[in-house]
Design a protein around this ligand. Sequence first.
Ligand SMILES: [Ca+2]
Length: 440
Amino acid sequence: MKRPNIIFIVADDLGFADLGCYGGRDAAFGKVSPVLDQLAANGLKFSDGYANSPVCSPTRFGLMTARYQYRLRGAAEEPINSKARTSTTLGLPTTHPTLPSLLKEQGYRTALIGKWHLGYPPAFGPLRSGYDEFFGPMAGGVDYFTHCASTGAHDLWVGEEEQPHEGYLTDLISNKSVDYVKRMAQNTTQPFFLSMHYTAPHWPWETREDHALAQSIKDNIFHLQGGNIHTYHRMIHHMDEGIGWVVNALRETGQLDNTLIVFTSDNGGERFSDNWPLVGGKMDLTEGGIRVPWIAHWPEGIAKPGSTTAQHCMTMDWSATLVDVGGGKAHPDYPFDGVSLKPLLSNPDATFARPLYWRMNHRGQRALRSGDWKYLRVDGNDYLFNVVADARERANLAKQEPDRLEAMRSEWERWHSTMPPIPEDATISLGFSVKDMPQR
Ligand SMILES: [Ca+2]
C-alpha cells in the first residue's frame, strides 16, 4: 500500500466529553462537533486514550520525541511560560530526532500550522526540529484576533519571521491548512505530514464574532472575568468547521482515502470544559486531566470503520505510530518510549497491555494506569481506583487492596528511577487560583 499522507490535529485544553462523539451535550445552536463526530463514525475511536501530561508543553515534548518528556529539561516546566522567550535551555533541543524529522527522512514533506510552545529561535523552533514550513504562534496562549501572547508581545510567525495577519486564529489555521493540502496535491509522489495544532478552545474566550472583545482584555488574556459555555461551544464548533474544510479539500483533491487523520487534545479540559464522567481537569493526574479524545480516520487503512477500542495509549504512542506508518523508525540513540498502535488500525481487536506512567511537580502528583487499575498520588495521599468500574475515581480501594496498592506504588517507583529527577529550579505556572474562582 502507498504510504498515507498524515494530518495530526491537536486541540488545546479540549476535555474528554467536549465532543458529541464522546458524550458531549449539544449546544444551544445544535451539534458542537458534527465533523469530528462523523470522522469518528467512519474511523476508530479510543475510549481509554491519554495525553502524556495534563498540561501543554510537556505533552508537546512527548508528541515531538515519542519519548517520555521527563527526559528533557524544558519539559519540566509546567508549562513553559513567557520567560522562555529568550531562554537557551527551555525548549526542544534541535539535535533531538522528532516526529517530523523522522518522517522527513522517509521522504515526507512536513509542516506545522498552529501552536508550537517548545521554545523560541534562535535556540529552538519548528524549522529547526524537522518542519519544512511553519505558520502559527510560538507561545502557550495568544489572543485569537491580536495574536499577542500573555506578555502583550505579538506572536504570529511564518517560518522564523514574525508576521502580522488579519483574522480569527482558528480560521487562519484552518485556511492555511486547506491551502497546504491543495498545494501538496500538486505533487503526489511525496506524501505529506501536516501538524494542525489549534489553540482552540484555550482561553481567551472569543468566538469568531468577538473581535471587539480582544481590545478590552489585551492586558490579561487569561480572561478570568469572561467566558461561558455558549462561547466555549462556539469556539469548538469553529475548529470543527475548519476541520471540515480540510476534509473537503482532501476529498476534492482525491487525497482523503489515503490520508490518516488523527485528532486529540494536548491535555484535559479547563474551566468551561466538560470532562464527564471524569473528575479534575488541566494540571491534574486524575482522569479528567489526562484522558482525552483520540479519533483516527483513514479509509484505506482502518479495517473496521466505526469501531471503538479500549486500547490504552498516550500521546507518544501516536508519534511512534505515525513514524511506523510512514515507514520510519526511532534513531538508535533516542529509542522510543512510545509504542506503535499501527497493528490496531488493521485490527481493532488486537489490543495489548500498555502500562502508562505520569508524574507532576505540581502537587507532587504521580500516576500509573495498568490494566483496569490506577495508582494515584496527590498532595502526599495515595489512592487506588478500578477506573473501568469507576472512571470518576471516587471509590478509593487503597484500604481494601493494600497488596495491589503496594505493587503498583513499587512499579511506579521503579519507572521513576529510570527517569531524570525533577530539576530543583523547575517552575509551575497556574493561570488562576481559588482567589479567582472557587475550586471543587
Ligand atoms: Ca493545553
